[in-house]
Design a protein around this ligand. Structure first.
Ligand code: FAD
Length: 457
């Protein structure tokens, strides 16, 4: 438990978006905050070694954007000034989803699209101007220091393998998917959390292109989602700063996009629509293909532990690493920081209460992503009763978005996390689902084609 009288020093492990947002909030409650990062200082033009997923497409949802703009006033203007693209979601995004192209209309829902290094770089730049926060780059946390049942600091290894220690009243683990916190807890004689996981075995492959002068004028971003359970391949094209296109391919369940140029091109051509292949046919590549393998989505159940030590919490991917299908991770990292602020404002931070609240918050986006992933019969995982009904309902809602603007508008709000999923169960949507929710011909044909070819993918 951290009382308001013991708020001298907070240590954050990791300077990904979860660590940076947590540090911003902690600075309002502690005299000083130290962010420890094993990487070297990064600029905002390229991905870091410690967070290699940063080279892949990263969509920042509206909810996350709003939180970042609250934590760092003027953030949105700043990313725009650094080249982020702003456009209306309904008008600017051409999206094939569940076998249907989404309706295109002025949805009055502006979004920003940019690379992840730009987001992280701008946030980091703000924190570096804050006297209350200091960064220790090139230092790796190797373990927790503890006394009388509470965590009192961290053990560090520097870039030249020198050892040191840092005292803290609160340690926040924001070290991402690869966190060693479960092992550190065991080393303290405590229980490690159990883990819920989905072995999605997906791989991202991204190549950057110069946006061509004859780029299509009727869309700004292109999303071609494979249709589960028949199609495991997805492709995105996002405009990013510097007049560039970021083209990302995703293959589920071992159907991975290759890392060589010819293989990348073949994968593009095998997507459920040839629109992406046509768009990049004459675009000039600006670099090699970068791949990132994501074996599983994981939710660590710290909320179930009864013997958590005081003085320690965790945030971001270190607790819950979502299947990236709906681009939720950065927004959840920002939401974690908001939640942390609320807990600290109440005057004390109890780890057990913290992890329970965090779990409640993570559950809805986790279920949304899992509902989609579990459409693949090959994906192992508990299928609760009612899942098939929910999947059928959601599938119909997704397809309705092809022509029913009111339904699509609601779906955009849920997708962008500014409304809860319950707005998709509003009588207006229910009625539309019951009236029009039949399976589109194009999809039936596609399914037959794949079955005839004997190669479901
Ligand atoms: C392929 C892929 C695509 C994604 N797409 C999206 C998307 O479209 N939209 C979205 O919102 N999210 C997306 N995400 C999720 C997103 O990347 C993360 O959820 C988000 O950035 C929060 O991560 P984090 O800060 O918890 O961890 P990370 O960003 O991984 O940062 C962890 C940091 O901790 C440091 N570190 C680790 N161990 C130590 C240690 N022992 N000592 C010191 N430092 C340490 C690392 O160097 C790193 O800098 C995607 C993820 C993947 C894998």
């Amino acid at each position: 438990m951290v009382r308001s009288t013991h708020r001298h020093h907070a240590v954050v492990i990791g300077s990904g978006l979860a660590g940076l947002c947590a540090a911003r909030v902690l600075a309002d409650h502690f005299e000083r905050v130290t962010v420890i990062e094993r990487d070297r200082p990064a600029d905002d033009s390229r991905p870091r070694k410690g967070a290699p997923q940063g080279g892949q497409a990263h969509a920042l949802l509206k909810r996350g954007e709003r939180i970042l703009d609250r934590l760092f006033p003027g953030f949105v203007d700043e990313i725009e000034a650094h080249g982020a693209h702003r456009f209306d979601f309904g008008q600017g995004v051409r999206w094939l989803h569940h076998g249907v192209w989404k309706a295109r209309f002025d949805s009055q829902f502006p979004v920003h699209v940019q690379s992840r290094p730009l987001i992280e770089g701008r946030v980091r730049a703000r924190l570096q101007q804050d006297d209350r926060i200091s960064f220790r780059y090139g230092s790796t946390v190797e373990g927790l220091r503890h006394a009388e049942g509470r965590v009192v600091g961290v053990d560090l290894r520097g870039a030249r393998c020198e050892r040191s220690a840092l005292d803290a009243d609160l340690v926040v683990d924001a070290s991402g998917r690869g966190t060693r916190l479960p092992r550190w807890l065991e080393a303290m004689g405590r229980q490690a959390p159990s883990e819920q996981r989905f072995d999605v075995d997906l791989c991202y492959a991204t190549r950057i292109f110069e946006a061509p002068a004859d780029a299509p004028a009727d869309w700004r971003a292109l999303l071609i989602y494979g249709q589960p359970p028949y199609q495991t391949r997805t492709g995105f094209l996002f405009p990013v700063e510097g007049n560039r296109w970021l083209v990302t391919l995703v293959g589920y369940l071992g159907d991975h996009p290759p890392g060589d140029e010819a293989g990348f091109q073949r994968f593009v051509e095998s997507l459920p629509s040839d629109e992406l292949a046509r768009a990049i046919a004459h675009a000039r590549p600006l670099g090699p293909v970068r791949r990132y393998r994501f074996t599983h989505a994981a939710m660590r159940r710290y909320d179930r532990l009864r013997d958590l030590p005081d003085g320690l919490i965790a945030v971001g991917d270190a607790v819950c690493s979502f299947d990236p299908v709906f681009g939720q991770g950065m927004t959840m990292a920002a939401r974690d920081a908001e939640l942390l602020d609320r807990h600290l404002r109440r005057g004390r931070l109890r780890p057990r209460r913290w992890f329970k609240a965090l779990h409640r918050m993570n559950l809805v986006p986790w279920i949304l992503a899992a509902t989609e992933g579990l459409r693949f019969p090959q994906l192992a995982g508990c299928r609760p009763p009612g899942l098939k009904l929910l999947q059928a309902y959601c599938g119909r809602v997704f397809r309705l978005c092809g022509h029913d603007r009111a339904v699509y508008r609601r779906f955009i709000q849920v997708l962008q996390m500014v409304s809860g999923p319950w707005v998709l169960f509003h009588p207006r949507v229910l009625w539309a689902v019951l009236r029009h929710g039949d399976r589109p011909r194009a999809l039936r044909d596609d399914r037959q084609r794949l079955e005839l070819a004997g190669a479901p993918r």
